[in-house]
Design a protein around this ligand. Sequence first.
Ligand SMILES: [Zn+2]
Length: 158
Amino acid sequence: MVSEMPYCYRCGKEIEANVKFCWNCGVQLKPLEAPAPLLPHAGVPRISIRPSGVTILAVLYWLSAIVAILGGLAYVAGVSYFVPLAFLTLLWIMGAVLIAIGVLDILIGWGLWSLRKWARTVAIVLAVVGLISFPIGTVISIITLWYLFKPEVKACFA
Ligand SMILES: [Zn+2]
């Protein structure tokens, strides 16, 4: 069996097949170590798959944000000049609070959408608070809590 004598890619001299460096010019011919196997997710942004229930929850937050902001704007803009000043101020404050709640709902919806840990925590706290709004709020809150505490759903939030 004739062993092939390869040539150095740099200087062109004949070299032995298994040497790591060229005897003539010293260029490295073979990697010194096998490259580390690529671990899944190593150095690569983790691609999380959002469970559909979380998507629905995020969309519900955005819908409630729209309702709150529109309601708030209606309070602020729809004020009649015939109402007493104290009442007018009260309506403005209520409108501002509703708009602020709407903005927070947008942020929470975004947090859920992008699977932020804090968003799950906030959603759990709000669901516990929402338990008191019997009957519809109670039902929605129970479903939300049951869902957010599912281990496979919890694991999606990083
Ligand atoms: Zn060489």
